[in-house]
Design a protein. Structure first.
Length: 243
């Protein structure tokens, strides 16, 4: 069964709506079901069409994006919200409205990809669990020899050029499998994306330390090196880690 995420684009500028719609057309899992040019329009269309996610411009006349988001969250079927803004200072306020992410204008394709990955993870975790190897081990093949890695033994995985490096208690393993595919397979085992190129096992996290510009450093038990947590992932990471 094809899994589709229904999206609503809200922006008072037609060009901005067209640009985002074009970028989203590159993601088969995202179906744009409508557009609105105001906060009021966003609420009316959300009530009528019940989108799964709303890409919501912050700076709009009359009712701005923040005000619209507050009303959207009160709906019986409230959508995920992704704020769009040309002003990064709105980022902190955006998360007060439980936004899953925010995008800076002009749109950056890499940032949009990270956002779509986060949305898909929110919707498709159950699918990832169903397709995970039932033995609970990750198979790594090297020159015909297959090594089976227990997910709990993995500290983190990072992507370098065309190779995904798996750092474990017993050593490092290189695989060609893309990081996003490993993320799906390991979803039931508490792995979390902390950067577009890094996936970490939350069970080994021991400390988060503020760094600069909203980013953090992450420490893992039994490891001396620290990993950088992108500011786009900090809030979601804290929610995943804390009771």
């Amino acid at each position: 069964m094809t899994e589709i995420i229904r999206a609503l684009i809200v922006d008072d500028e037609r060009y901005a709506r067209d640009e985002l719609k074009h970028l989203l057309s590159g993601y088969p899992s995202i179906q744009v079901i409508g557009e609105a040019d105001s906060g009021e329009g966003a609420i009316m269309k959300s009530i009528k069409d019940q989108p799964d996610v709303v890409f919501l411009d912050v700076e709009m006349p009359k009712m701005n994006g923040m005000e619209a988001a507050k009303s959207l969250l009160e709906l019986k079927k409230s959508p995920l919200i992704v704020f769009a803004t040309a002003y990064p200072e709105f980022a902190a306020e955006a998360f007060r409205y439980e936004a899953i992410d925010y995008l800076l204008k002009p749109y950056d394709e890499e940032q949009l990809k990270d956002t779509i990955d986060r949305i898909q993870k929110k919707f498709f975790v159950s699918s990832a669990i169903e397709t995970t190897n039932t033995l609970g081990k990750l198979a790594v093949e090297d020159e015909g020899e297959i090594t089976y890695i227990v997910p709990t033994d993995i500290y983190y995985i990072y992507r370098e050029e065309k190779v995904s490096r798996i750092i474990t208690k017993t050593g490092t393993f290189d695989v060609k499998t893309p990081l996003k595919d490993l993320e799906k397979r390991l979803a039931p085992y508490s792995f979390f994306r902390i950067h577009k190129s890094y996936l970490v096992n939350l069970n080994h996290v021991s400390k988060l330390t503020p760094w600069f510009n909203g980013a953090y450093h992450l420490e893992l038990r039994d490891m001396e090196e620290t990993l950088a947590v992108s500011r786009n992932y900090v809030k979601a990471l804290r929610q995943a880690l804390e009771l």
